[in-house]
Structure formats: C-alpha cells, structure tokens
Design a protein around this ligand. Structure first.
Ligand code: NOJ
Length: 804
C-alpha cells in the first residue's frame, strides 16, 4: 500500500512526500489567541481569538483538495515570449514537481519543493505570543542558467463573522474594504477590514521586499469576470497588478515582487506577514521588526525552545518505537492543540456560529496538559467553573471571547432537560488531576463566580473551587431516576443517545463513582474526615444500585429509558452492548473482580476489531426519534457502532487496572496512528495524530478515519499510556509507580519532571511479568512501596524499579 511520508524522529517532524494525500493533512500554527490551521499544500485558515466572530482568512474545507484555500504563492518565470506561472505549494496550479516535502513540525510547517529548476523552501509559523503568521521563503535557482523571477503571495479574506460570509451575499461584500499603505524602504502594507471594524481591527498583509504592485480585488486578480481561475489567474499575465483598493466585493491581498535575475545557485529570501491589529499604526513597529530576517530566525528559535521545554516534562524510551514517537512528540503536541482549540476549528469542526468550546471536552483536554502547562490548566479550569450553574450542573458550551455559555444541542428539544448528565463531573476529575500534579491546595480556596447573573450582569453567587466541586457531586446525588441512578439529562458523554426525560445513565453513575473516589482521596489528604465519610457513603450507595440493577449477565447495561426498559442489554435488537458501560464500572471501582473481567472480555469479543474497539453493537439501522442522534448514522459510523477512539483508552485503563498489560498494549497499538502509516489508503487521515472516529466493521469502509486532531482521544490516550501502561502517575503525595506492560518487554525508562524535580526512572522486567513492583530505589536508597515521594526540586533523581 502507498505511503505518503515518513517520521523524521531526529527533527520531530512528519515528512509528507506526496502532496496527493487522500484528504488534506494539516498542522496548527499559533494558538486560539492568534493562529489556525495550515494544510500540507500551504492553504491556511487563520483567526484571532475566535474562529466564529474574528476569522481572517477564508478557507472552505469542503471544496476539492485541488482548489485554492486561503493562501498561496505564485512564482513567475520570464520566458522569451510569455510567463510561466506556478505555485511551489503544488495547489492550485498542480504542476509537475521534481520534489515535494511538507515537514509537519512542532508549531510550524516547512515545505520544500522543486518545480522547473526552482527550489522553494518556506517555513510557516506564528511567533510565540504574537498576532501574525510569518511565511519565510527562500527561493534557489537550481539550474545552470540565470532566471528572472517574480513572487506573488496571495491571501483571500473572509468577513470576520465567519457564518455571515456564507449566509449573506449582499451585506458582506458591501462591507469589505482594502487599502494600501506605502512606507519607507519599499514597505507596502495592504490592509483589510469589514467596514464596522475599521477603527478597531484591521487585517494586514505585507512583506520584507519592495512590492512593485498589488491587487485587493479577487475578480480583477482572476480576470474575465472570474472565469479566470486560481489555477491560472489572468492578472499574472500582465507585468504589473492593477493597484486597486477594493471598496467592496471579495477581498484578497496580492503583492507582486520582482525578484530580478537569480544566478545559478543563488537564493532570495522573501518574508510575508499576515496579521491583525487595531490599526496599521499600531502594527507598524512590529512589522518593521519582522522585515529583518534575523528577527524571524530568533522568533523561530524561540518556538523550538518552547517545545523543547514543553516536551521535556515527560520523555520515554520503551521497546516500541511507535509508542515512543507518540509519547515523546505527537501525543503531547495533540493534547496542546486540543486544549487550545477544543472542538472549535479543524477541517471537520468548522467553528461557525455560537458553538464555542465544550465544557466536558475542555475539562478532559486539560488533563492532557496539566503536567506540561499547569498554569494554563488552572486558568482553563477557572474559566469552566465560571459557567457552572448554582445548582452544580454546567452549561455545555461557552464562547471564550464573550464568556457567554449555552446549553448545547439540548436547546433543540423544547421542554426537555437543559443539561447533560455528565458535564459537571468532569471538572472534578480535572481539578483533582491539577492538584495531584502541582500540590497547589490553595486553589481549593479560590473564589469563582457561578454563571447566573443579576440584572446588571453581575454574578449572583460565587463559591470556592471546593464548593464548586461539592455542588457538582450534589447535583448528581440528587438528580436520580426511578432506579436511583443518575438522570441522563439531554445526553451523557455519548451526545447522540437522546432519550425521554426521566431516562437514567449508567455512564453518569460510573463517572460519579470515579469523581467520588477522587473526592474521598482529596478529603483524606486534606484531613477532612467528615467529607471523606460522606462521600464514601454516597459511593457505596451508588455501587450497590449499579450492581443490583445493571448487570445484564455478561456485561453491564448502559441506560434505563424513561419507561424503565434497558438499553445496552441482550434483550435489545440494536445497541446490545456499549463499551463505556463496561470500562467505566472498572475505572470507578464499582465492578467486583469477576464481573469486571467478564465485562471486559465481552468488550473484546463483541466490540473488538483490528482497528480498535467499537462504541456499541449492533448499529441502529434507521432513524428512530426515541433514541435520538445515534440513529442518524448508518451502522458502523461514529457513535452508531463506529470505532469512536475517545472510548478506547478507557478500556486500556480498565485492562491495566485489572493487570492485563498485554491486552492494554494490544488496544493501544490498534489505534496508534503511527502504526497506520503504511495503511493510509484505508485510513486516509494524518498518521501523526489521533482521529476522532474510524468506521467500524459493520460499515463497508471499515478502517476509514475522519475528524483528525480535535478529539478527547488525545488526552485520554496520553493518560492511559503514561499513567496506566507505563504506570507513572502523579498523586497528592508523590509519583505512584505501577506499570502494566506487555510481558515481552524487558523494561523501559522515563524521564519525568514533577513538582520541580527530575525523576529518571528505570524499570526492569527480568521475569517478564505484566505488573508487580517488587522493589524501588531512589538515588540508590531503598524506597518503601511504590510511591516515590515529592523530592528535592533542585536535583535529578535516579529511580530504579524492579518488576517481578
Ligand atoms: C464529540 C464531543 O465533542 C464529545 O463531547 C462527545 O463526548 C463525543 N462526541 C461523543 O459523543
């Protein structure tokens, strides 16, 4: 099967060598504050602060891959009687190339291509904490003759209200404006804005070299009333562009640079900047700075330094090269991206309208970054707590710019529950994970407002972080149905099973159990015996309810409908078994050992496939409003029996909890995207990040991945691998070391930064067991048990672990 590239471990890059990947493969530059995605043929979708309300570049993912999307650059070679025009990005001119490499790096994309004897080498990135995308081009004449060449970079803008761009084709074009600003030393800045934002937010596009002419109107650039195309823009047949400042229409920014005659072997550097500031005057000083290539080099080096630091928190060396790649580079990177962008902006999650970021999504994403970026994690946790209701439940989504929260899809069902049964419980897990990583118990006392506001928009009530956690628990304790199990609300983690009001969720019961366990441990740690006792009694009550009512014989049920009938039972025609119904009673500690084993064996036999574990089976076969969104998918797709990757690490955690290292690792491998590198014609998505979903074996296209990048799989796969398979878990009192690995492994090593100290952990497995720490030494001294305490933060500590 074809491969489209390879992993360059030394440079921590994935190198795409064939631009005709089955779907566009992307990378992220910058952050939600300023940045976006860059595809492997140079197209880009950039926004500032909010993809819905402050989008800068128009990028339409649904257009065919060959189409221009957002940004490109044309090169123009003067021949004796005409120009040869081509794009070194391959798209949109699709010329024959001699070499094409897209290096997907940490916060940058570096494309090297060779067309018609010209090598283009471009690095695309956003400097740290900056509001511009830089494209740093180097053009080299590889031939034996001098060439005369022009370079014309082009960006297409969108209206900042990204949805309006597509829903109002009268107002939008009437408001779009472009102007030119000529400065000293050949500086030409093209500015662009929607009229109502003229005085507050101006996009700009500029370069380091003198541009002899420009274009801001798409129709003029393409020519012939737009019967000219992006593949062959007619404006590029003339010596100069028209220097037109658009007063309406589809705005672009194109700058024509005559690079002059380039001798054989000679290289020219062009640096473009695309950014947004309050005005061109505000932007001028920094634009001037980045016209200097040395400043660009420094900014790029700073980006590399950031990633060195970020990744140094945890580095592993295991016998499995694919696992090493994921854990050392790509998985923590993906966690950083998901934490930043939530489910807001990708080729699949288009960032229009009022969606914002998801409460449960971000709560889980935070858990994937806490070790690397605890301060950011704390800020995000506080942000989420501020959209918790006074009754302890949470709003499903929030816009991070406006901080306006909403109840998600539950709004579509009039009179139904306006909350999701699980949202508020995830934040308990995230807070405890933060405390375990940092020891920052003072955070529990921080006062954060609840969401409800009075008439003057002031929060009506505030509470400490601990109070927020307690209310979250109490909401589920009190909102139970006929079986004493938590009410589903509009949905639980599985957004697509939407039952009538009164339905109960076993998943929420288990998540509540896990949250209670965390609260009990926390209370024990802080010495609050009353709280520990209270939650221990809640825990026992729910454990009994689950085991008395939800065991189906070979596995656990998943829901009770409002009329008391079960879902996820052998009596059902569709959806007889759900994976989360089995992994979570183990994670929560609810399942007694025999049931735990049997439930996970049922997962293996009923839901296991070579491409990962399916969410449920059999898939519903037809729309059924009494079940909701799940029945909108054909069997095998997404939540309807698809391999929804997010749920796989929970099975890995459950198997590791039971000590089954071989199976935990088998599941880990099945979904490791790195292992798909030579199966891309089936898988189709990027082999360097987890996708959200893979079609299941009930679907004719079994194995096909979609919705790459923004998925909770990133955080949970990272937690499952590092804390459960490798078994290095932060706790309130130190690092708990309890690996659960394949028996065949001789051992592995991990370098982990924890509370300021560096732990160099060497695990040896001479007897080839899966689990069982027999001794631990720290700096050569025996350590009692397998909890390595918090150590002196100024030193590197050697930790030797023996399994047996
Ligand atoms: C994707 C959503 O972002 C996430 O919140 C949800 O848990 C899964 N879909 C499963 O429905």
């Amino acid at each position: 099967m074809a491969s489209y590239g390879y992993f360059d471990d030394q440079h921590r890059e994935y190198v795409i060598t064939d631009p005709k990947t089955p779907v566009k493969w992307i990378n992220y530059v910058g952050t939600l504050a300023f940045g976006g995605l860059v595809d492997h043929t140079g197209g880009a979708l950039i926004c500032k602060g909010d993809p819905a309300l402050n989008r800068i570049v128009k990028y339409i993912p649904q257009l065919p891959s060959s189409e221009f999307k957002g940004e490109t650059l044309y090169l123009r070679l003067a021949t004796s009687d005409r120009y040869r025009v081509f794009s070194p990005y391959f798209v949109p001119t699709l010329d024959h190339y001699d070499r094409y490499e897209c290096h997907v790096g940490l916060g940058y994309t570096h494309i090297v291509s060779e067309f018609y004897g010209i090598r283009t080498d471009v690095t695309i990135f956003v400097p740290l904490d900056d509001n511009r995308v830089i494209r740093d081009y180097k053009f080299t004449n590889l031939g034996s003759q001098p060439v005369e060449m022009d370079a014309i970079p082009v960006v297409e803008y969108t209206h900042p209200d990204a949805l309006k761009q597509f829903t109002n084709a009268d107002w939008v074009p009437q408001t779009m404006q472009s102007r030119v600003h000529n400065g000293r030393n050949g500086l030409k800045i093209l500015t662009q804005y929607a009229f109502l934002r003229r005085d507050i937010a101006v996009n700009y596009f500029t370069s380091n070299l003198p541009a002899s002419s420009f274009e801001t109107d798409r129709a003029r650039f393409l020519g012939d009333h737009e019967y000219g195309t992006w593949a062959n823009p007619q404006a590029l047949m003339a010596t100069e562009l028209s220097n037109y400042e658009a007063h309406r229409g589809d705005n672009i920014a194109a700058l024509l640079h005559h690079l002059g005659v380039i001798q054989p072997g000679e290289t020219r550097r062009l640096i473009t900047q695309l950014g947004q500031e309050a005005s061109v005057e505000v932007a001028l000083p920094s634009i001037g700075r980045y016209r200097d290539g040395r400043e660009v080099d420094t900014a790029f080096a700073n980006l590399a330094r950031f990633w060195d630091g970020y990744l140094s928190t945890l580095q592993v060396d295991t016998p499995d090269a694919n696992m090493n790649r994921m854990l050392n580079v790509y998985n923590p990177r993906q966690c950083h991206v998901t934490q930043n962008w939530s489910r807001y902006l990708s080729l699949y999650q288009l960032g229009f309208g009022a969606r914002g970021i998801g409460f449960r999504d971000t709560a889980q994403d935070v858990m994937g970054v806490i070790a690397h970026a605890p301060a950011e994690a704390r800020t995000l946790i506080e942000m989420l707590l501020s959209v918790q209701r006074r009754n302890g439940s949470a709003f499903h989504q929030l816009n991070p710019l406006t901080m306006i929260a909403n109840a998600g899809d539950s709004r579509e069902v009039e009179g139904g529950p306006d909350y999701y049964g699980d949202d508020h419980l995830w934040i308990v897990l995230a807070i405890v994970a933060y405390l375990e990583e940092t020891g920052d118990l003072a955070f529990l006392e921080k006062v954060v407002p609840y969401y409800e506001k009075d008439r003057s928009e002031h929060p009506m009530e505030a509470g400490t972080v601990l109070d927020h956690m307690r209310r979250a628990i109490d909401f589920t304790t009190t909102n139970v149905g006929a079986h004493g199990l938590p009410l589903l609300g509009f949905a639980d983690w599985n957004d697509t099973v939407n039952l009538r009001a009164g339905a109960e969720s076993l998943f929420v019961a288990h998540l509540y159990g896990k949250a209670l366990l965390e609260m009990i441990h926390l209370a024990q740690h802080t010495g609050d015996a009353a709280m520990a006792d209270r939650y221990a009694s809640y825990y026992e009550v729910m454990r009994a309810r689950v085991n008395d009512q939800a065991w189906d014989g070979e596995w656990y049920l998943r829901y009770f409908d409002a009329d008391g009938s079960p879902l996820g039972s052998k009596v059902n025609k569709y959806g007889q078994i759900y994976v989360n119904g089995q992994s979570w009673p183990v994670i929560a500690g609810f399942a007694p050992p025999d049931r735990a084993r049997q439930a996970l064996d049922s997962v293996k036999h009923k839901l296991g496939t070579r491409n990962g574990i399916k969410l449920s089976m059999p898939g519903f076969d037809g729309w059924d409003p009494s079940r909701g969104g799940i029945t909108t998918y054909p069997p095998g797709a997404k939540e309807n029996g698809g391999i929804f990757l997010h749920a796989n690490p929970w099975v890995i955690i459950a198997e590791a909890t039971l000590g089954n290292g071989d199976r935990a690792f088998e599941y880990y491998n099945q979904i490791n995207p790195v292992a798909k590198n030579d199966q891309i014609d089936d898988f189709e998505c990027e082999p360097y990040v987890y996708p959200q979903n893979v079609l299941g074996d009930e679907h004719p296209q079994f194995g096909l991945a979609r919705n790459s990048w923004l998925t909770g799989t990133a955080s949970w796969a990272y937690q499952a691998a590092t804390q459960y398979i490798l078994g290095i878990a932060p706790t309130h009192n130190g690092l708990h070391i309890d690996p659960c690995i394949p028996c065949s492994w001789d051992g592995f090593s991990v370098v982990r930064r924890f509370r300021g100290a560096v732990y160099q952990i060497e695990v040896n497995n001479p007897n080839h067991v899966s689990r069982g720490v027999t001794s631990v030494t720290v700096d050569g001294q025996p350590n009692e048990g397998n909890l390595v305490p918090v150590l002196d933060g100024t030193k590197v500590h050697e930790v030797e672990v023996l399994l047996g």
